[in-house]
Design a protein around this ligand. Structure first.
Ligand code: G6P
Length: 455
């Protein structure tokens, strides 16, 4: 359809033809066009990502920064409605009002960042980059970078999708528990259709900065005069142009479809927000969070992988902040190993899923110290009584969990905030190793996309 519209609107001037054509289009798109006899490439976007690479007597267009790294570190982010005419010598940008200037920005990612560097998969590399991603993000985000509006908000709404939604659930838990700030977290895809009453601060968490549903939810929040804050890994991505403030993750490029280091970097931002609201009470602890992650990366998970790799269904359970960690563990497992995996709040298992428990249905139970510890032990015993093999994840030195589970995975003894990181990394590794044992196409799981730019 677009090709025919272009043809109808073309009278020798390609830029004008594109301009007329896009006025007839609805929805989101990013287009590149060229015409015989015209040496230029014409690029235009609306709500879909398109970035221009500025080379030496070369120009590039791509939907993402990573393919450009091989050619240039200088880029121009197009605004919605911009039309760029690219030739080796010039880059001209127009909008409906005429020619416009757009800044050239420098990408701080390198080509090395997007190579596998000796790892078997990008996902494995990215899991092992997490100590660095966590520590760089924590150090780069200074307390003064946290917007004032987030220090004493009356109410916080968080919008996100996929893995970022799980980060949002953890933020909600921490804001309410440690800062007494009422909060809620909504899926971007739901938020924009039922338009709940919204006020105060709305935080959009999106690794790519391009997820259509999260962008739409933030636009809806802006329309209600809320203060909007983006948490994203991609400089200049669409979300940064919608939100009033942006907090950047310093995770570096993430190639594998399954998000890992961007999630840990999101947790770094979240923990720094909570730490700042609490006036820096746990900064030292956070500065050393990378060490606990490093310890977990050395673990041997062979016995747990053996339990998981032959399963058709796996349940992941936890309570409090470990409930979203369980959801994230299940998401990782199903995305890359294709084993059906469900995350549950541990107390909910008896409201239905118990019917599915058997000797062939492993349960991965997060049983961390705190007020839910005893009830988690009871839950594990209930699962064992139904015949389910249980992998228990708990604190190193715990003497009760090893007695009641089939496999015990101990994580280093640290603060709750760091346990959220370490348990997450255990589950990422478990999913990765299980999928690898099954020979799955880990970096490009079937039917999935890294960035979902359509509703
Ligand atoms: C896709 C990816 C997920 C990601 C989700 C949200 O589904 O496969 O890994 O969590 O999008 O992406 P975002 O970029 O908004 O964090």
């Amino acid at each position: 359809v677009i090709a025919h519209l272009l043809e109808e609107n073309y009278d020798g001037d390609l830029v004008q033809a594109v301009q007329r054509c896009v006025h007839q289009l609805h929805g989101s798109y990013a287009l590149l066009t060229c015409a015989e006899g015209d040496g230029r490439l014409i690029a235009v976007r609306s709500s879909s990502p398109l970035v221009i690479g500025v080379g030496d007597k070369e120009a590039f267009a791509a939907s993402d920064l990573t393919p450009l790294l091989e050619y240039t570190e200088r880029v121009i982010y197009l605004e919605d409605g911009d039309i760029a005419a690219l030739s080796p010598e010039t880059i001209e940008i127009f909008n409906d009002a005429g020619p416009v200037e757009r800044n050239i920005e420098l990408i701080d990612w390198t080509l090395e960042d997007v190579k596998k560097g000796g790892f078997k998969h990008y996902m494995q590399k990215e899991i092992f980059e997490q100590p660095q991603a966590f520590s760089t993000t924590i150090r780069a985000l200074r307390p003064e970078d946290i917007p004032e509006s987030l220090l004493h908000p009356e109410f916080v709404t968080i919008v996100a999708c996929g893995t970022s939604f799980h980060a949002g659930m953890i933020l909600k838990y921490l804001l309410e528990t440690f800062c007494s700030i009422p909060s809620r977290v909504e899926l971007g895809s739901e938020f924009k259709y039922y338009t709940p009453p919204v006020q105060g601060v709305v935080i959009g968490i999106t690794q790519s900065g391009e997820t259509a549903d999260t962008l739409a939810a933030l636009k809806a929040a802006r329309a209600c005069n809320c203060t909007t804050i983006a948490v994203t890994n991609v400089l200049g991505s669409s979300v940064t142009r919608i939100a009033d403030h942006t907090l950047y993750l310093r995770a570096g490029p993430e190639i594998s479809v399954a998000a890992t280091k961007s999630f840990i970097a999101q947790l770094a931002v979240i923990l720094q927000i909570v730490n700042t609201i609490r006036q820096g009470t746990c900064l030292d602890l956070l500065l050393h969070g990378n060490r606990a992650i490093e310890e977990v990366l050395l673990m041997d998970l062979t016995s747990s992988v053996l339990l998981c790799r032959n399963a058709q269904h796996i349940f992941f359970v936890g309570r409090g902040p470990f409930y979203p960690v369980a959801l994230e563990g299940a998401l990782k497992m199903k995305e890359i190993s294709y084993i059906h995996a469900e995350g549950y709040a541990a107390g909910e298992l008896k409201h239905g899923p118990f019917a599915l428990l058997s000797g062939e249905t492993p349960v991965i139970a997060l049983c961390m110290p705190g007020e839910t510890y005893q009830v988690m032990l009871s839950n594990i015993k209930e699962m064992k009584a139904r015949g389910a093999p249980v992998v228990g994840i708990g604190l190193r030195g715990d003497t009760e969990i090893p007695d009641i589970v089939d496999v015990f995975i101990p994580v280093p003894e640290t603060h709750l905030f760091v346990q959220i990181l370490t348990t997450t990394v255990v589950l990422q590794l478990l999913a990765y190793l299980t999928a690898d044992a099954l020979g799955c196409d880990i970096d490009k799981p079937r039917n999935l996309a890294k960035s979902v730019t359509v509703e």
